[in-house]
Design a protein around this ligand. Structure first.
Ligand code: HEC
Length: 162
């Protein structure tokens, strides 16, 4: 019985897909799904960060592996500004988008000497890339659990999350 239901489901999904392809809808993915072209563009934009950051290693700036969901200023052993440690930000798409628009305005006193990315489309592409890269294989192979810290993991009043 289950197998039959699964077959019917697959068959109708197949028809649906065929219908969409027929209508030409498959050529434009939904706006909220990152295309590989956006991720690729984001990888190029990330090169601007490469003077100070890498995915797996702390450099002038902290490593980016495990960034999403992490409390700002929480990579163990990296010396952050007080401003960053006390910002109460948790990194997600919205907080990163705001921070990267104008780092000094969002975290006054940050050590990150970078003017920001004013173009919203470029920020979106950069975040599409970071979303994939900071959870990717390159990060699994890296410093392991240390790269995935979210500080003490406990929420506090006044935390700013996505
Ligand atoms: C000139 C060096 C420099 C450049 C260029 C730079 N950063 Fe940073 N970044 C830093 C430093 C230093 C910090 C630590 C800031 C602090 O403690 O206030 C930081 C912190 C961060 C943080 C917070 C990380 C955390 O663990 O809380 C994020 C996110 C970030 N940078 C993203 C970026 C991105 C994305 C780019 C490129 C668009 C970039 N940075 C370019 C130096 C830089």
């Amino acid at each position: 019985m289950r197998a039959v239901a699964a077959f019917v489901f697959l068959a109708s999904a197949g028809l649906l897909t065929a219908g969409l392809v027929g209508a030409g809808a498959s050529s434009s993915p939904p706006a909220d799904v990152a295309s590989s072209a956006d991720v690729e563009k984001g990888r190029e934009i990330y090169e601007r960060c490469g003077a100070c950051h890498s995915l797996e290693r702390d450099r002038v700036g902290p490593r980016h592996c495990g960034l999403f969901g992490r409390r700002a200023g929480s990579v163990p052993g990296f010396v952050y500004s007080d401003a960053m440690r006390e910002s109460r930000l948790f990194w997600g798409r919205k907080t990163l988008d705001r921070f990267l628009t104008n780092p000094l305005a969002v975290v006054p006193g940050t050590f990150m000497g970078y003017a920001g990315i004013p173009d919203p489309k470029e920020r979106e592409q950069l975040l599409d890339y970071l979303d994939v890269a900071t959870r990717g294989e390159q990060c699994d192979a890296a410093a392991g659990s240390a790269a995935k810290t979210d500080g003490d993991g406990r929420g506090r009043r006044g935390d700013v999350r996505d």
